[in-house]
Design a protein around this ligand. Sequence first.
Ligand code: NPG
Length: 369
Amino acid sequence: MKLEAVELHRVALPLVAPFRTSFGEITERDFLLVRVVTDAGEGWGECVAFPEPGYSEEYVDGAHDVLQRFLAPRVLAATNVTADGLRALMAPVQGHPMAKAALELAVLDAELRASGTPLGERLGATRTAVDCGVSVGMFPLAELLDHVDAYVADGYRRVKLKIQPGFDVESVRAVRERHPDVALQVDANTAYTLADGHVQALAALDPFDLLLIEQPLAVDDLLGHAELARRVRTPICLDESITSVAVAETAIALGACTIVNIKAGRVGGYLEAVRLHDLCVTHGITVWCGGMLETGIGRAANVALAALPGFTLPGDTSASDRYYARDVVNEPFVLDAGRLAVPTGPGLGVTIDQIRLEGITTAVETIRG
Ligand code: NPG
């Protein structure tokens, strides 16, 4: 394909409720959508970077800048662009996986819409629907229990609680007592260390039959996670640490994790996410699909990814209304018996609600070849 233009759409979507993690609270999603115009049609991608670099080094203004000044010009200058060839084309630009993933998804979408191929089929999906989990932000205990009750009543097949030192054992115990049989896991977003008090608090979660403890320690502390895995019974899952297939190989070899949360934005795109899935399956490592509060664009891609055979745990692939009153796609994701159907249309299999998009767009920038 030849790219004729790359459009950067800055969008602001209010959340239906504040979302609090160990590194802050968000009430609105200010993010970047990428549209590519090619000689074979158009395609859409979503950049999952947040306004502040709290989850990783990336943030939405930085992603916007690197796309506008470095990534889009490179791809526009190429005479023949394929999704498979993008990794090499973008390699001279160091880092910025979320920005790269957004452009890759837009090119994948354009390529697949032109060939009439669903993204799930392109990635190797073997399921037509995926089991869905839900991520619950931090709330005072009584409010937390109300949110969990509502999500369990909605049919979610797994609940993920955010924890941090001082907000862990009490909330996990309360949720487990209220819901003895629900699949339950926790996400620390790097908030703990190997200090005695922290290890004791994490070991104190062992009696609650958790599926996993996600990213308890610092992003670069693979040895620390291997040490922690020897001191707590609950399986350790990594998220922020797993920035590439190569890092995953090291983490697995060190025993730093036995479960991996796969996010295409964290590893530079959906094709690298498939390579990461394949590596984990080879090593008997369970994977599930993480979430970054995506709109229906990123959500469609995550649901397609989560339908690959190695994704054996429910992902953070909740329904569109978990975060947004009205999505930017015409086909919002609706939970059915705790599952979301994998789109069957070409490419992402969803279409943009142009009226809604215009209503929430704060800026559009077009870069031409
Ligand atoms: O359901 O899309 C979702 C969000 C799932 O908790 C979730 N994401 O650390 O994985 C995470 C977390 C996150 C939240 C990451 C906010 C970055 C910002």
